[in-house]
Design a protein around this ligand. Structure first.
Ligand SMILES: Cc1ncc(COP(=O)(O)O)c(C=O)c1O
Length: 430
């Protein structure tokens, strides 16, 4: 473990633990995945994050992928400031919502109608409710290792047999909440087809991260996604892409544009809020029209479509043009390719799994295509050491293995060179 340079962080975190559950408002922030006391952050600017002890870090967590423009970017901050001064919430439709809705639905044509909510969890939960209302069917299919928020029905673990899956991944979830959930292996077309054919009359929707980011980064295989699209269409099952992490991270049309696979519904969050809390879901008009006030599926929210969030979000999205993505993606792809080449040359048991500006570490030389592979290639022990090695080098990474890390448009070539040097200095054979 590194020399303690985080005395104030430790004091604040002790305080936090005495009044907030585990000292946090979201469990992964507790540093249980890496040990030691959580760092308490004070402010951020660009690619840098500063803790309460005055240490600075180049940040690759970026609020779990939300900050594609880095911290406190001038445009979303100015947009938010200007909006705040004119009132923060009206409980009515505002022009801000209409403007960002137009932007998003133009960028993602499969989202013919959209609804804003306050978090990613709300988006997936609501999309699933709409899909059930639309199809009048009950079952939900997800994939092992994908995360879609903390909605009861989705906190289901893969069981030994798909059909008799009955185990939730959290206490407090009655068996009845997950009895309609099936969790299948990612990138396995055979199991997918067999299961969907078998339960087609009961399955309302399939929800998937088209590029998974919650078991480290695993892009779906193109053939797998195409099979998924074909079989869901054939069986009148709603296909939901959870692009909460990938939305506007990988490109303007998101991963559905990269793959050329059009889902029925899409969930968004993170980047769309310009650094503020947000979620959104949308899709085919005939499906979304099932939602109140047009249809019988109920979903509502006091702060949904909040004008401050909408303005900050739109100010962010407006900066994300083709050039922005070309520069960011090319820089990241080169970074990952160079490092992986180095790991192979040095015969080191580590790889970067990467998709554009999302990446993760694998402590293995084997390919990783699903959750079982990801777990085999994971090591809490190595990751914890790596994490604190990074802290000592002034780099902040997500404080848990199997999480993706992110690069923003504010990270320079030099930042990535420094990161590369920090990684090499950890793995190089001593
Ligand atoms: C793919 C995906 N879906 C859903 C969620 C849940 O979003 P939120 O934390 O805003 O509820 C997350 C959060 O990390 C996510 O990565």
């Amino acid at each position: 473990m590194v020399k303690v340079i985080n005395k104030k962080s430790q004091e604040y975190f002790l305080d936090a633990r005495s009044i907030m559950v585990g000292g946090v408002n979201s469990p992964v922030r507790s540093f249980r995945g890496v040990g030691g006391s959580a760092l308490v952050m004070e402010y951020g600017k660009g690619a840098k994050l500063f803790d309460v002890d005055g240490n600075s870090y180049t940040d690759y967590c970026l609020s779990w992928g939300a900050l594609i423009l880095g911290h406190a970017h001038r445009n979303p901050i100015l947009a938010a400031k200007k909006t705040v001064e004119r009132g923060t919430s009206f409980g009515t439709t505002t022009r801000a919502e209409v403007d960002i809705a137009k932007f998003i639905t133009r960028a993602i044509p499969s989202m013919e109608l959209i609804r804003f909510v306050n978090s990613g969890t709300e988006a997936t939960m609501s999309a699933i409710r709409v899909s059930r209302g639309y199809t009048k069917k009950r079952m939900v299919v997800k994939f092992d290792g994908c995360y879609h928020g903390h909605f009861d029905d989705l906190l289901a673990k893969a069981g030994s047999g798909v059909a008799n899956l009955k185990e939730s991944s959290s206490l407090g979830i009655p068996a009845s909440h997950i009895e309609n959930t099936l969790s299948l292996p990612y990138n396995n077309s055979k199991v997918l087809v067999e299961t969907l054919e078998r339960y087609k009359d009961d399955i309302a929707c399939v929800i998937i991260e088209p590029v998974a980011g919650n078991m480290g980064v695993i892009p779906a295989q193109k053939e797998f996604l195409k099979t998924l699209r074909d079989i869901t269409k054939k069986n009148k099952i709603v296909l939901i892409f959870d692009e909460i992490m990938t939305g506007f991270r990988t490109g303007l049309g998101c991963t559905q544009a990269d793959y050329g696979v059009v889902p029925d519904m899409t969930c968004l969050g993170k980047i769309v809020g310009g650094g503020f809390p947000v979620g959104a879901y949308g899709g085919r008009k005939d499906i979304m029209e099932c939602l109140a006030p047009l249809g019988g599926v109920y979903q509502a929210g006091t702060f949904a479509g909040n004008p401050v969030v909408m303005r900050a979000g739109l100010a962010t999205l407006k900066l994300l043009n083709k050039d922005f993505y070309r520069t960011l993606n090319e820089r990241c792809e080169k970074f990952a390719a160079d490092l992986n080449e180095y790991f192979v040359k040095e015969n080191l048991p580590v790889r970067l799994s990467a998709y554009r500006s999302m990446m993760s570490f694998r402590f293995s030389q084997q390919p990783v295509n699903n959750y079982d592979d990801a777990r085999t290639a994971a090591s809490d022990e190595i990751y914890a050491k790596l994490f604190w090695h990074f802290v000592a080098k002034g780099v902040y990474m997500p404080p848990a293995d199997l999480e993706a890390f992110f690069v923003s448009g504010m990270h320079t070539k030099k930042d990535l060179l420094d990161l590369s040097a920090a990684i090499k200095s950890f793995f190089v054979k001593k």
